[in-house]
Ligand binder design. Structure first.
Ligand code: MN3
Length: 265
């Protein structure tokens, strides 16, 4: 928060915080330059901002998406999320989204090279959306949590706290709506706190599957995975109990950084 901010477009800003443009499925599958969309208000990147190392989700050298390591041990979110759930969720589920995304992009490349079945473009594009969103959602989700008492839990601070109060009335009112939003997702999906960048408002939205019901262009600040694989070993059908425990794990410092970067100009 020092020198005059440099003005960049949103795509560059996303890259600067580690969410490479390729992390947006629609951009990743673009085969030719899309018509220039109307530009929203430019936002700024504070000089010196660098991508958090833990958010390296793509390897430039190989051109492949990669599974980032968990930033803490499997058992360090206990008792709220058990170690076995974390191990399976990260090592199996998240890894499968990474593999699925790379596979889908590879198949689309084969089709472009006339070596694949062009009737399957729709199928593979859908796979890019599903697995790409799954990869980015989980890469963020691990960072949005921290061990209780060691970065996890407590109320938000700083500009994000002020924005939550302004948008939702109070932290308590926000949290009540957040919990209801997450608990009531139909089937598998996510509860999200996002910045809608045209209005720069905070919104609480649901994401079904990995990607449905998202508002285009919204920037994630906080999310909770409410697929059964995220909680079933410990909580079985009691999703609300898992959602109620989740605030003990929220890494508000990380969420605050996402917020600051989403609204910076
Ligand atoms: Mn999951």
């Amino acid at each position: 928060m020092n020198d005059s901010p440099r003005t960049v477009d949103r795509r560059e800003a996303l890259s600067a915080i580690g969410l490479a443009a390729a992390a947006i499925p629609a951009l990743a599958v673009a085969q030719q330059p899309a018509p220039q969309p109307a530009k929203g208000p430019p936002i700024a990147v504070i000089p010196g901002n660098t991508a958090p190392a833990e958010l390296k989700v793509f390897d430039e050298a190989s051109g492949q998406f990669v599974l980032p390591a968990l930033p803490y041990a499997f058992d360090s979110l206990e008792p709220h999320i058990d170690a076995k759930t974390m191990e399976i969720h990260h090592d199996k589920h998240h890894a499968a989204y990474v593999a699925g995304l790379n596979k889908a992009l590879g198949e689309l490349a084969r089709i472009r090279a006339a070596a694949g079945d062009s009737s399957l473009v729709k199928y593979w594009a859908n796979q890019v959306s599903f697995h790409g969103a799954g990869h980015i959602n989980h890469s963020l989700f691990w960072q949005m949590m921290a061990p209780p008492g060691k970065g996890g839990g407590g109320p938000p601070r700083g500009a994000l706290a002020d924005a939550i109060n302004k948008a939702f009335g109070s932290y308590e009112q926000f949290m009540a709506q957040f919990k209801t939003t997450a608990t009531s997702v139909e089937g598998g999906g996510w509860g999200w706190l996002v910045v809608e960048p045209w209005s720069r408002q905070l919104l609480l939205i649901q994401g079904e599957k990995q990607q449905d019901l998202m508002v285009t262009g919204c920037l994630p600040v906080l999310g909770i995975d409410v697929w059964e694989h995220a909680y079933y070993l410990k909580y079985q059908n009691k999703r609300a109990d898992y959602v109620n425990a989740f605030p003990n794990l929220i890494n508000w410092e990380f969420c605050g950084k996402l917020y600051d970067r989403a609204v910076a100009r």
